[in-house]
Design a protein around this ligand. Structure first.
Ligand SMILES: *Cc1c(COP(=O)(O)O)cnc(C)c1O
Length: 359
């Protein structure tokens, strides 16, 4: 039976990428060595490193004249602290859309003043705040999370502002077309749409580096400037994660890049939301206008059927749809590598379950 993996992260990657990654572990491009045992200073690794950086910029349509690319460790969670440590002098504005941005806010408060904007209506995190009210301000930067992986909310448009813009794009990077040139710093844990866990992508506008704080001591490994001075090879980078990211980004490009995934991902999520709206047993959690195309959260109207539904889904090869422990219900993550075919199976699954249990 084919397994359809709807897990939120670490997530599905293309089969082709898994196969090529295994080859590289055994014998990297006929070198007779594994990608895991070669020096990160070797020409072989250097070309993997350069190619991965190039693919990142190419897919985002950014220029290496304007932007720096780093592959750091410590996950997106470390960036919650590194961003304010490096850039927060006085005051920053954080958009709070629930867990993840909340964690980023906690870290930022250790370094300066933090103003918070969130949806104040009774819907809470199930509806996104209106960002159109933000224009300018004397903020060192504005920080937001483009897609909330847990709640299943996603901003459709880029926040418009005159202030430097920082974004945690962990769960929707490379999933749609946006103007990446509007950002000063983008970060993303790799394990959703980029590659295996262990690497965090950071893309920084070079002129934003002129705004680095000078008044505090920043340990070398936490200092963006120091990483850039050493061309991203300040210490041993996460070589395997970078290698697999290269394979996956190559695959993304071959499929047609972000133009392709933009419409493909919208098509996939449309099918699921349509079924959730139609199906009398289920209801989507998130309000129209705030819904994510990457992580779709939903509930059973009758929660007593929860374990039956999970068991039923498992028996049909559908895995990873249990909701986040903080929220309950269900969540289907439709990352780039998840095929339309898997989405159709999920829709069919919801449909057949309804026929079985509807009284
Ligand atoms: C998963 C996730 C994180 C945490 O990433 P780690 O790499 O595990 O630290 C942060 N932000 C968002 C939006 C996420 O989805």
């Amino acid at each position: 039976m084919k397994i359809h993996n709807f897990g939120a992260g670490p997530c599905i990657l293309p089969q082709e990428v898994f196969k090529n990654a295994s080859k590289g572990v055994l014998n990297l491009g006929n070198t007779g060595l594994s990608v895991l045992e070669i020096s990160h200073r070797s020409n072989t690794f250097q070309s993997i490193f350069d190619q991965t950086k190039k693919l990142v910029l190419e897919l985002m349509e950014l220029s290496d004249v304007t932007y720096e690319v780093l592959f750091l460790q410590g996950g997106a969670s470390s960036q919650f602290a590194l961003v304010p440590m490096n850039f927060l002098k006085q005051k920053a504005l954080y958009i709070d859309t629930g867990v993840w941005s909340e964690k980023a806010i906690v870290e930022a408060r250790n370094f300066g003043q933090v103003e918070v904007l969130k949806n104040s209506s009774s819907e809470g995190y199930l509806k996104l705040p209106d960002l159109s009210i933000i224009r300018s301000g004397d903020y060192d930067y504005i920080h937001y999370t483009s897609n909330n992986t847990i709640y299943g909310t996603q901003f459709e448009d880029v926040l418009k502002t005159d202030c430097p813009l920082v974004c945690d794009m962990s769960s929707d990077i490379f999933s749609k077309q946006i103007d990446f040139n509007l950002f000063d710093l983008i970060y993303a844990g790799a394990q959703k749409n980029i590659g295996p866990a262990g690497m965090t992508l950071v893309v920084i506008r070079k002129t934003f580096l002129d705004e680095l704080v000078e008044s505090r001591i920043i340990p070398t490994m936490f200092n963006y400037q120091k990483h850039i001075e050493k061309s991203g090879l300040l210490n041993t980078p996460p070589v395997f994660s970078i290698y697999v990211a290269m394979l996956n980004l190559t695959w993304l490009k071959e499929q047609g890049g972000l133009l392709h995934f933009d419409s493909y991902n919208k098509k996939k999520s449309f099918l699921v939301y349509k079924e959730l709206e139609r199906n009398t047993l289920f209801t989507p959690k998130i309000h129209i206008g705030s819904r994510s195309n990457m992580n779709i959260t939903f509930d059973l109207v009758n929660q007593d059927l929860s374990s039956d539904f999970l068991e039923f889904s498992l028996s049909r090869g559908i895995q990873g749809i249990k909701g986040h422990r903080s929220l309950g219900g269900f969540r289907a993550s439709l990352y780039n590598a998840l095929s339309l075919d898997s989405v159709e199976c999920l829709v069919e699954n919801l449909n057949v379950f309804e026929r079985k249990y509807h009284d």
